[in-house]
Structure formats: C-alpha cells, structure tokens
Write a protein that binds this ligand. Sequence first.
Ligand code: B1M
Length: 217
Amino acid sequence: MSENGLIQEISEFVQKGRAKNVKELVEQALDEGMEPKLILNDGLLNGMMTIGGKFKRNEVFVPEVLVAARALNTGLSILEPKLVEIGNEPVGRAVVGTVKGDLHDIGKNLVAMMLKGIGFEVYDVGVDVSAETFIKEAEEKQADVICMSALLTTTMTNMREVILELEKQNLRGKYIVMVGGAPVNEAFAKQIQADYYTPDAATCAEVAKQAVMNKDA
Ligand code: B1M
C-alpha cells in the first residue's frame, strides 16, 4: 500500500472506531519508516476531525465519537514512544489534566505527550479534575507548571476556580499556570489571570519549557 493510502486508512479506521485496525496500521506505518508526526496529524487527528465535523452536523452521535476517540487513543499510545525522546535531566515537572465537569481527554493526552517529549516529568491527573486535586498533586509532586485543558464552554470557567483556589491557599506565585483547549483563547486566559494560553500541544510544551527556564534564571 502507498504511504498516502496507509495514512488514509488510519484516518478511516479512526472514524469507524476500529481500534484493533488502527493499532495494526500505526505499527505498520512505523515499521515502514513513516514520520510519527505525519501518522499523528494526517492519520489519527485527521480521522478525529472528520468525525468531529459529522458530530457537529448531527450526522453521527456520542457513541460513534466515543469509539473513534478510543481508537485514536490506541493509536496515540503506540506513537508515544516515538514522539517522546526524553533527555537525562528533566526540564521541570508538570501536572496535566482536564478541568472539572469535562471528560474530553485527547487534547490533554497530546499535551502530556509533548511535555514528556520536550523533557518534562509529567503527572497526568486525568479528566473531570477538581481545583483541589490539581493543587494537591502539584504540591505533592513539587510541580513547576499546572496545565489545564477544557473543551466545553461550560467547563472552561472551572479553570478560574483552580486559580482562585491557588490564591486562597497563597500558592499562586509558586506555579506557572497554562490553559488551552478548543474554546479557550488568549483573551479568556488574560481574563482569568492564567500565565499562558497556547493553541496547541506542541506550543504548550515549548512555552512551558521557556517559562520554567525563565523562572529558574
Ligand atoms: Co464532545 N464536544 N461532548 N465529546 N467533542 C466537542 C468539544 C464539541 C465542540 C462538539 C460540537 O458540538 N461541535 C462540543 C462542545 C461545544 C461547546 O462547548 N462549545 C462537545 C459537546 C457538546 C459534548 C457533550 C456535551 C455532548 C453530549 O453529551 N451531548 C459531551 C460532554 C461530556 C463531558 O465532557 N462532560 C461530549 C462528549 C464527547 C465524547 C465523550 C463523545 C468525546 C470525548 C472522548 C474523549 O476525549 N476521550 C467527544 C469528542 C471526541 C468531541 C470532539 C468531536 C473532538 C474533540 C477532540 O478530541 N479533538 C469535539 C469537536 C471538535 O473539537 N471538533 C467535541 C481533538 C483534540 C486533539 O483537540 O482537545 O481541542 P483538542 O486539543 C487541541 C487544542 O485544543 C490544544 O492542543 C490540541 C492540539 O494540539 N489543547 C491545549 C488542548 N488542551 C490544551 C491545553 C493547553 C494547550 C493546548 O495548555 C495547558
């Protein structure tokens, strides 16, 4: 099969939610020496974006989106070791999670992966994470950065709760707070007094690294 054909098939199997096929084809693509970033962007994420468009137009519903997301996450777990090349010394420690009330985890998983790739020690606290849990984990793991993801306009406001709780506990200055996710933007980040908004996972990792370096300087 040609390179394009294989990538196209990965995208289609993600859309159909066929996790086993996605796993096999991602492995095959890697064996054939294809670029992990190409498999990620044009295969896995392209499939999810196509399903996302259909979801928006009511052409598919939650169960279909859910199985597609599972298939995508299966592919991501195979790609992860290839995308992640950790150096010896960790750049810093980051707590990563999706905010309270929000179950979307694909973007958050990508953020965790990119942070690992750039050399962070990452503590993934999962989805539907309360302000208390974000802060408890950050304190326990002596984190430098707290990364919050939100995909719903109704849950992005919970990012503010984390910042307010940090202020309440006199811990606001201790952490670099980063926010992102589809409904989040620069203006919102400013409004809730987060330190940084970044539009994608790779930029998040780069900005986090720079911010930790500036803090340590
Ligand atoms: Co949901 N969903 N969903 N969903 N879902 C959206 C987000 C939606 C836009 C679809 C739509 O209607 N058009 C819509 C939100 C509307 C809104 O609020 N404006 C929506 C809705 C309404 C819902 C439900 C309420 C549906 C329902 O039940 N009626 C429900 C809510 C459940 C809940 O969370 N409480 C729901 C449920 C689900 C599923 C469970 C079925 C599934 C999630 C499965 C999973 O994650 N394991 C799902 C999915 C998959 C989607 C879409 C289709 C895809 C999201 C995704 O994973 N994108 C989405 C439509 C869309 O976005 N087109 C949709 C791929 C991912 C890589 O992108 O997460 O944006 P994203 O991450 C990007 C950037 O945003 C950024 O980096 C990534 C790129 O590198 N980024 C960060 C993310 N976090 C970051 C943090 C950073 C920096 C960058 O710094 C810390």
